[in-house]
Design a protein around this ligand. Structure first.
Ligand code: SAH
Ligand code: SF4
Length: 371
């Protein structure tokens, strides 16, 4: 694993021209000031970018024609582009995004009756090397910038249209370990939650971590922050270290202590995600140990039957076992849900679309091109 906090973190935009996409209000004010415009015009650009979700300078009708022409000539407006989209029978759509350097990440649009949840990536690849995860097998390529994180939301909302009357939830459960890219993640969080822009409430944003205790501690120190989910996935150090190398650095005891110290708001719970691997992590003893772990802080449990992918060497659990574990946990009073992996018929679990897209040529991949 590369040293933590020591990953390539590209500057936003191209070297020669600034990129307005992904910049905060202060950055946009500086950008328009450098063009000799009053700083408050930066606020108009902010609203155009994040409230209107305009993607071309000519759409910025709040600005003069002369300023639009100058921006067109001197400033990029470069968001990640949807290059492949694949709709699943369950209503979700998986998108592959191409970044300005040609790398790809993926995101998923998941509509429900009462909300729409967008699953987002935080890195190209992942350094954590979990043995059951397709992204983990890719290794780490680089961090995403704030523009590339916010851009996944902008692109999916523009592609599908903002859902009328249904709130938007964001979960960082796509490619990458979000707490391994916390600076860019929190810059994106500030933009995503700004009432003048996309205005997504902080409580509707969840960051999922494999258990970087240093990142959990840093996240807890932010006065405004997303909610936290932990991918627990095993209940003994021996099992967890075998499938999640991060456990060799911060074991279950260190994790429980960090979560017990995490400053939760009233009514807030930490989500414990638990991937069920047949014969590895799905015993009833695992269920009892999971319940004991979850008693140490306010928690809810999300059981995730393993989504198989080629060469993983793991199998999904029997349905009867999923039911038994679900009952065991709810009987001890834990809120528990089972996540049926959405988009399973289109390689839904994290990392699988991009991996398969790279392995196959687009013309025979069965994916239809995005808008
Ligand atoms: N890196 C972060 C967030 C991305 S992974 C983390 O690990 O939490 C999001 C979730 O998908 C994690 O809970 C992970 O354990 C789970 N996951 C990864 N591969 C999976 C697979 N093949 N089937 C089911 N869940 C998987
Ligand atoms: Fe990375 Fe999460 Fe996959 Fe582990 S499960 S390799 S932390 S993306």
């Amino acid at each position: 694993m590369p040293p933590l906090w020591d990953l390539p973190a590209p500057e936003a935009g191209h070297a020669a021209r600034p990129n307005a996409a992904g910049q905060d209000a202060a950055g946009l004010k500086a950008l328009v000031s450098a063009l000799g415009e009053p700083a408050w015009r930066g606020g108009q650009v902010f609203e155009g970018l994040y409230r209107q979700r305009w993607t071309r300078w000519e759409q910025f009708s709040s600005l003069s024609k002369a300023l639009r022409t100058r921006l067109e000539a001197e400033v990029d407006l470069a968001w990640p582009a949807i290059v492949q989209s694949q709709a699943s029978e369950d209503g979700s759509t998986k998108h592959a995004f191409e970044l300005t350097d040609g790398k790809q990440v993926e995101g998923v649009w998941m509509p429900y009756d009462d909300r729409v949840t967008l699953c987002l990536s935080s890195q190209v690849g992942c350094a954590m090397g979990c043995t059951f995860c397709a992204t983990g097998q890719m290794g780490i390529v680089r961090n995403l910038t704030a523009a590339e994180i916010v851009g996944q939301v902008v692109a999916m909302l523009n592609h599908h249209g903002h859902p009328e009357g249904r709130p938007v939830n964001l979960v960082f459960m796509g490619m990458g370990e979000p707490l391994h890219n916390l600076d860019h993640l929190m810059a994106a969080f500030a933009i995503l939650t700004d009432p003048k822009g996309l205005a997504i409430p902080p409580r509707r944003i969840t960051v999922s971590t494999s258990g970087l205790v240093s990142g959990i501690e840093r996240l807890g120190a932010f006065p405004r922050r997303p909610r936290l989910a932990l991918s627990l996935n095993a209940t003994t150090d021996a099992h967890r270290s075998a499938i999640m190398p991060v456990n060799r650095v911060w074991n279950l005891e260190a994790l429980a202590a960090a979560l017990a110290a995490f400053p939760l708001q009233s009514g807030e719970r930490v989500t414990l995600e638990y991937v069920l691997l047949k014969g590895v992590t799905d015993s009833l003893e695992d269920g009892r140990r999971l319940a004991a772990f979850a008693r140490r802080f306010p928690a809810k449990v999300n059981l995730i039957p393993f989504n198989p992918h080629e060469g993983s060497g793991f199998e999904p659990p029997d349905e009867s076992r999923v039911g038994a574990l679900c009952r065991l946990l709810s009987e001890v009073g834990l809120p528990v849900s089972v996540r049926r992996s959405r988009g399973q018929d289109v390689a839904g679990a994290c990392g699988q679309l991009v991996r398969e897209g790279q392995a196959r040529k687009p013309k025979d991949s069965g994916l239809k091109t995005g808008d």
